[in-house]
Design a protein around this ligand. Structure first.
Ligand code: NOJ
Length: 521
């Protein structure tokens, strides 16, 4: 069997830097904070960290509005802090993935300031300017077009008006942005997570989007239209392939795409001959109902749609989506951990998932996220899943010596790293155990997934590689179940209390219990 690339057997850990660890008392996390916590991450067993944007930014969208693609925002530290962090990451045998935000810059980026200064400016065409808006909508509510008084034209912004979209059809934009990638690759970063990859190219004729017949009141206003002409355009694939070629100029790097599309469309982002994204993020588990049947279907559909040779990946959470322990509940969050960590391919965790962190309720006066400010009350706000990481039971949870930029969870006195460390059966220990299991049993990473089924609320699947067969049983239903199985021994259980048990003929599962069994062959 071919040796796997590092990113193929990796568990990637997303750090939302504002919320991970503050070291200067301003209530916002920073690079030195990440450095301080690297040993925790190494001990957890993850292989790579992906850090959400740390570039200079007015922070209208908390860093996803970049004002300088080759710098570090002082809020997070300096370039020296960055280099030191990268060195320490590598010294521990870990990898670092940066967030690359190519679809739009900040409206304070010098490129946009130039572009908006006159219709004749040489950077005018670096952004999307029109005399009249079409009907495209912003993902954060309202029209996607903003009238700019200086030149009496409209510019397009798929997100905030402070985030004008770059024109990726312009070769100069491509050239300068590819050099941005090279700048970081030369510094030694191991890859990129590319923000909204599927939105980067828009219809060249700016045709109106059709109405969405499935739109219901209460949904985000953006879903009133079908995103036919402002997303997933055919030309995107050449661009992604070019981007991949740049990344491949450097050995052993990875290109990951953020893409929210149905599975068949998602798969096209691997590119023809797999020359596109190494990993188009697979968000299927974040979007499906939490039942054995639904998850079995998702796994089977994903596996069936995967192009030959394409490497799978799975995600349970990120900074844009409700935390998994909130969507499935505390008991099932252990089952969710076992599900994620026993699926083949590359896996991504979101900071705090390993603590069973839940969404933190945000009062109206505490709201920070522009998604909530622009369309209040629809549940679109992302602050609840961005609350600071609770490290201990002290007043500010060991996150900061100041006032945290977002409130801590009420439960942080018990849900924190220090407390969960002490309890050998805690969810934190479950994550460690499962990550370690993947390391010891490569069948879980690269085995052939088979016999995916759901029966009486129990999800069942098997991974096979060479002589090893590993069976996973997850009780996602409301009742205890007795399952018929062949004989084997338990490698791990969700409550960390059955390891080494011999099983034969049948096995009993409690509600919200899962087990991993090595089958005798
Ligand atoms: C996707 C990012 O994950 C999200 O946080 C951000 O608001 C938008 N892209 C705009 O960059």
């Amino acid at each position: 069997m071919q040796k796997l690339a590092w990113w193929q057997h990796s568990v990637i850990y997303e750090i939302y830097p504002r919320s991970f660890q503050d070291t200067n008392g301003d209530g916002v996390g920073d690079l030195r904070g990440i450095l301080e916590r690297l040993d925790y991450l190494a001990q957890l067993g993850v292989d790579a960290i992906w850090i959400s944007p740390i570039y200079p930014s007015p922070m209208a969208d908390f860093g996803y509005d970049v004002a300088d693609y080759c710098g570090i925002d002082p809020l997070f530290g300096t370039m020296e802090d960055f280099d030191r962090l990268l060195e320490e990451v590598h010294r521990r045998g870990l990898k670092m993935i940066l967030d690359f935000v190519p679809n739009h810059s900040s409206d304070q980026h010098p490129w946009f300031l130039e572009s908006r200064s006159s219709r004749k400016n040489q950077k005018r065409d670096w952004y999307l300017w029109r005399d009249r808006p079409n009907n495209w909508l912003s993902h954060f509510g309202g029209s996607g077009w903003q009238l700019d008084k200086t030149t009496s034209q409209y510019y397009y912004h798929a997100f905030l008006k402070q985030q004008p979209d770059l024109n990726w059809r312009n070769p100069a934009v491509k050239a300068v942005m590819f050099d941005v990638l090279r700048f970081w690759l030369r510094r030694g970063v191991d890859g990129f997570r590319v923000d909204v990859m599927w939105l980067m190219i828009k219809d060249d004729q700016f045709r109106d989007n059709p109405l969405n017949p499935g739109y219901r009141m209460g949904q985000s206003s953006n879903s009133r239209l079908l995103p036919i002409y402002d997303s997933d355009r055919p030309e995107i694939h050449d661009l992604v392939a070019e981007m991949r070629a740049v990344v491949d100029e450097f050995p052993d790097r990875v290109l990951i795409g953020e893409i929210y599309l149905p599975v068949q469309q998602l798969m096209t982002y691997y590119g023809s001959d797999l020359k596109g994204a190494n990993l188009p993020f697979n968000f299927q588990l974040l979007q499906c109902a939490w039942s054995a049947e639904a998850v079995a279907q998702v796994i089977s559909d994903y596996q069936a749609a995967l192009p030959d040779g394409a490497w799978p990946n799975w995600v349970l959470g990120n900074h844009d989506k409700a935390r998994i322990a909130t969507t499935v509940g505390a008991r099932q969050s252990r089952v969710a951990a076992m599900l994620l960590l026993t699926l083949p391919g590359t896996l991504t965790l979101y900071y705090g998932e390993e603590l069973g962190m839940t969404n933190v309720p945000i009062l109206p006066e505490q709201v920070q996220d522009p998604a909530e400010k622009n369309e209040p009350g629809l549940g679109l706000g992302r602050d609840p899943q961005r609350a600071p990481m609770p490290w201990d039971s002290s007043l500010a949870a060991g996150f900061t010596s100041g006032l945290p930029w977002l409130p801590l969870g009420d439960d942080h006195a018990s849900v924190n790293v220090a407390a969960l460390e002490k309890d050998p059966r805690s969810i934190l220990h479950l994550y460690r155990r499962l990550i370690d299991l993947r390391r010891c049993h490569r069948t879980l990473v690269s085995g052939r997934l088979q016999s995916v089924s759901a029966d009486n609320g129990v999800l069942r699947y098997q991974s096979q590689r060479e002589e090893e067969h590993i069976l996973v049983l997850l009780n996602m239903g409301q009742d205890p179940e007795r399952i018929t199985i062949e004989s084997g021994s338990v490698l791990a259980s969700t409550h960390l209390d059955r390891e080494g048990q011999k099983v034969s003929g049948t096995v009993d599962l409690e509600v919200a219990e899962g087990i991993v069994i090595s089958l005798d062959m």
